[in-house]
Design a protein around this ligand. Sequence first.
Ligand SMILES: Nc1ncnc2c1ncn2[C@@H]1O[C@H](COP(=O)(O)OP(=O)(O)OP(=O)(O)O)[C@@H](O)[C@H]1O
Length: 579
Amino acid sequence: MKSLLQYLRGYKKECILGPLFKMLEACFDLTVPYVTALMIDQGIANHDTGRIGRYSVMLILLAMIGLSCSITAQFFAAKAAVGFATKLRHALFSHIETLSFDKVDQVGTSTLITRMTSDINQLQNGVNMAIRLFLRSPFIVFGAVICALMIDLKAALVFVAVIPLLAVVVFGIMGISMPLYKKVQQALDKVLESTRENLTGVRVIRAFHREEEEKQQYGKKNDTLASAQLFVGRIAALTNPVTYVMINLALVVLLQVSGIRVNVGALTQGEVVALVNYLSQILVELIKLANVIVVENKALACAARIESVLKKKSSLDIIEDKDTEQTANHVIPKVSFENVSLCYNESAEPSIENVNFEAMAGETIGIIGGTGSGKSSLIHMIPRFYDATKGTVRIDGKDVRTMPVEAVRQKIGIALQKAVLFKGTIKENLLWGNENATQQELDEAIEASQALEFIDKKENGLESVVEQGGRNLSGGQKQRLTVARALVRRPEILILDDSTSALDYATDAKLRSAIKHLSYHPTVFMVSQRTSSIRHADKILVLDDGQVVGIGTHDELLKNCEVYQEIHYSQYQKEEKRA
Ligand SMILES: Nc1ncnc2c1ncn2[C@@H]1O[C@H](COP(=O)(O)OP(=O)(O)OP(=O)(O)O)[C@@H](O)[C@H]1O
């Protein structure tokens, strides 16, 4: 939690004034029983309506001042808590944006969402409660005991006896329920994870008639959450009945002792009422304090979850450039892989193993292989989505790890396998590639990606609205826009990760030809499952189980690479049959 306190720094005034006003309110609250006692003893006992009136006005004034103090404290507490949560949310979001993919994979997207939302809300609640009640409740408990002792030492012994007992019960119940709140939070994580998966995959679920199964599984997770919440709720709910029984027993004892003291003339009736009031105040404050501690503990648990994300460092460190290998006479390839392996996690088999190749500037490199053969893994190492676990990936002869991620990505335009677009207009989405792109650059990208044909048909053209995730566009339209977005940057390196799979053969061919004839000459990496898409590449890498099993041109591979032959002839025959 310590490291999170920095986000409260701008709210020092609120953090001091909030508790201060709460303490003022507490002082007025402690005065009320005393004034009531005076009203009973001096006003009611003597039938003195004048005094009764004066004390009544005093009580109303005390209540009004107390209320104003309470509202002011609430204002400061809310201001500090909301400000703290906003700053923290912003910092957490910015931090997550810097994390490397492996770290995001490690934590998990849905739990990151829980931490950004529910955990921060919990923490905001904790800060608010702490400012308002952390000092007030103990202050009232001690204040009420001191006032009781000042009224009558013997009668106040009841307080001395009952407060530790109350404290044991209240804090005992709290101690039992605390660890259970962690379980509730974990169950909530699972429900949110399932919600997210179901909402994003709703079409697939319906297409496969998995609604019932999904409902059942969701129901199970929801029930687990509900039973965890009920269990902890039932334990927490014990607090009130148990403490009320205790306090009522204490009241009986207090009235018994006070009655005797009144009879011997050591106490007045008004003082008895004041003692009863103080005892009730103590009970209320102890219960409040227990609630505060529960909320604070939940907040601390959430703070630890948030801190654990903030402590995660991107694995994409910049290493020192010790390269001596490149010589002046050697033509430096645009991209090269030297004995590169990639393991997503330590225990798993490598997804890429000992890959070596060079891509010269302006060349087109085709990458092909069965599903799961490592095509995406291979190209993800160029923009440093993941760093090689062994070997070196170089751009312009420089180890990519010696360059800042932004510098590497600035050179690259990438259209990922899953076409992702954002809410906004088509133009806004394309400008992600380069926010300063000129109309001419946009036009060239749109034309090359074969997106012109469908953008032109739209009433608002480039200003047409793209809904969240691009759901108002077809798969092929989305793919063409993601290719256009990559081209708008006029990248030195263009990576197309199976990003034309939804296009028909003719459009795919036009797109490839347009990329060849761009006004600039990027080095192109084209991942595809279809040999027809990569057959004209200068060099084709054939991947099988993470290893390069063939490298060469289409014709060369057809002669000497069994895996390529298999892929090609299976498709070639299919196409023949179709024709
Ligand atoms: N983020 C990840 N974490 C762990 N393992 C991964 C991750 N991404 C890919 N893998 C694993 O690496 C291997 C290669 O996956 P990759 O996505 O690179 O294959 P691919 O050839 O692109 O497949 P496809 O053609 O189906 O897209 C697979 O076994 C996959 O399970």
